[in-house]
Design a protein around this ligand. Structure first.
Ligand code: 0O2
Length: 282
């Protein structure tokens, strides 16, 4: 899994840069830099949540549901284009209000079932507000596009306030992503007016993609459920040596309750004053 800042959604794939200016934008009380700071921070919040979930999955189930993650801040050109298409004035207020995917994260999973699991796990977190869901897997678009979209908002803790900030999360399989990236290229190449036979063939590919995802999922389930004859003899010693865990004083839940609250009493806590730092440096 990586945290690349890249995306095929925008034709400009620049790294998000809080110094970038929005051409033609009339500045308001909320500055462009502050807005980008919020969106970038919101992306980091979501990225951290997903990384934790993925690592926990590996620990609990021995597999990673996420193939990779990419995130990006929408380019100024793309924001301006979307405002124009939606007949909105180029005002920061309109960007914040009407453009839901300034901060975008894309999660690529192996199987369709993983998509719904990840979506549920994100949605069930207390500090995540789900504002909108579009399930283009259950209901593919006419052109064949499949993906699961969520607009969520997450708290960004600034020095003086907490700002709930929107992030668009797209979750799809590798096959869906492959299709979407080709369709995206076609869309821009022909400016939305691709020749009929290309659109038809791409739709055929979408059907094949859906078929492939179903087949791969079924095959994976068969592999998981396949009973390999057990060889117990050679593992006898290993299970004996693991007995230590059976009698351990702390059960897993008890230990988890101690994270973040338990401080060993013998540790003395000193106030950190400039004198203390000075003495330590000597
Ligand atoms: P781009 O690529 O960023 O320039 P909403 O957010 O619900 O108010 P929106 O943005 O139409 O309205 O939502 P939707 O339908 O969920 O689409 C969001 C994003 O999903 C798009 O962003 C695309 O990145 C992607 N997407 C949607 N439909 C298609 C499609 O048919 N093909 C491909 N390849 N991607 C699609 P933008 O801002 O429209 O475009």
């Amino acid at each position: 899994m990586n945290g690349d800042i890249l995306d095929d959604r925008d034709e400009v794939n620049d790294e998000p840069n809080i110094n970038m200016a929005l051409p033609g934008m009339r500045m308001e009380a909320l500055s462009w830099k502050r807005m980008l700071l919020l969106y970038e921070s919101a992306l980091e919040v979501i990225n951290a949540k997903i990384t934790v979930l993925n690592k926990e999955f590996v620990l609990r189930f021995g597999y990673t549901p996420i193939e990779h993650i990419s995130s990006r801040i929408k380019s100024p050109q793309s924001i301006m284009r979307k405002l124009k298409v939606n007949h909105r004035d180029p005002l920061i207020g309109n960007v914040v209000r009407y453009i839901n995917d300034i901060a975008g994260i894309r999660i690529i999973c192996s199987f369709t079932t993983d998509i719904y699991t990840i979506a549920e796990l994100i949605a069930s977190q207390n500090d995540v507000k789900v504002l909108k869901v579009k399930d283009y897997i259950a209901h593919p678009k006419e052109n064949g596009y499949m993906s699961y979209h969520m607009i969520v908002s997450v708290p960004v803790y600034l020095s003086q306030q907490v700002v709930f900030t929107k992030v668009e999360i797209q979750i799809r399989t590798i096959a869906m992503d492959f299709w979407a990236s080709l369709e995206h290229k076609m869309y821009y190449k022909f400016d939305g007016n691709a020749p009929e036979h290309i659109r038809r063939e791409l739709k055929e590919c979408a059907d094949i993609t859906a078929f492939l995802d179903r087949k791969m999922l079924a095959l994976n389930e068969e592999i998981q459920n396949y009973k390999v004859p057990e060889v117990t003899e050679s593992f006898a010693g290993v299970s004996d040596s693991c007995d230590i865990y059976k009698d351990t004083a702390y059960k897993e839940e008890t230990i988890e309750e101690m994270f973040g609250v338990y401080i060993e009493e013998s540790i003395s806590v000193r106030e950190i004053t400039p004198e203390v730092i000075e003495n330590n440096e000597k």
